[in-house]
Design a protein around this ligand. Structure first.
Ligand code: AKG
Ligand code: FE2
Length: 233
């Protein structure tokens, strides 16, 4: 996909390393977003539907895709992974964590498989009025990739109000810092899954990160989450 390989990856990698997230504007066409939303009610595409209220995850619904994934999602997952693995490796290196991620997605997927993590974690989420997603981390077993992405499938201020994307960063022995983002339809947000290194006076320390969605005040908000590790169940 030229639209991915032509991005300024050096700047994106620096942003991720410095802030724990990077917003990529206008990556999907409106028609691609609409096609994904249009499939929301097609039961053949999904393996599991979760009512967020039932699990006290917030208010809204999400569905996990089945393998094989829709072509565009499979391509995005394979194309983003090798750009992100060097950042993930740098994080592990500066935090002295003896974990290294392979260069290609297929090799990483084999590591998941070796730990029985074989179920797809790609999900599409729908929030109506009052909908929200409580602060969380998307871990599905021992094996994890520390960066994930979310694709914004409709337009804030038009299709919905509220529903900001929230990231919190927890510094040891301090209160959490909140980062609030309002991406537009077609944008992709890359962000930290569980922790990232932050540079302090005595080298890097580990800051835990969580993400969630503030309350939707009007309309419907759809997003598509791409997580790189597979799930146990
Ligand atoms: O709806 C959102 O913006 C966040 C979805 C989410 O939690 C995820 O993709 O992991
Ligand atoms: Fe999430």
């Amino acid at each position: 996909m030229d639209r991915i390989s032509n991005l300024d990856w050096q700047a994106i990698q620096e942003n991720l390393h410095e802030k724990g997230y990077a917003l990529l504007k206008n990556i999907l066409e409106a028609s691609e977003c609409e096609a994904l939303v249009g499939q929301y009610d097609n039961p053949l595409s999904y393996r599991k539907t979760i009512s967020m209220e039932r699990y006290r995850f917030g208010l809204g619904e999400y569905k996990y895709f089945n393998y094989p994934l829709p072509a565009i999602i499979q391509e995005l997952r394979e194309e983003f992974y090798p750009k992100l693995a060097p950042v993930a490796n740098k994080w592990m290196e500066v935090l002295n964590i003896p974990l290294r991620y392979p260069e290609h997605f297929e090799e990483f997927q084999l590591i998941c498989k070796s730990q029985n993590q074989t179920k797809p974690t790609i999900l599409i989420l729908k929030y109506g009025q009052g909908g929200h997603n409580t602060l969380h981390q998307d871990l599905y077993g021992e094996v994890y990739f520390p960066i994930q992405m979310v694709i914004f499938l409709n337009e804030p201020g038009q299709d919905y109000d509220g529903g900001e994307f929230v990231l919190t960063q927890q510094t040891p022995r301090a209160q959490s810092k909140a980062i609030v983002l309002n991406p537009r339809k077609g944008d992709i947000l890359l962000f930290t899954t569980n922790f990232r290194p932050v540079k302090g006076s005595k080298g890097y320390y580990r800051a835990n990160m969580k993400h969630g969605v503030s309350e939707v005040h009007r309309g419907s908000r759809y997003t598509l989450g791409i997580i790189f590790h597979d799930a146990l169940s």
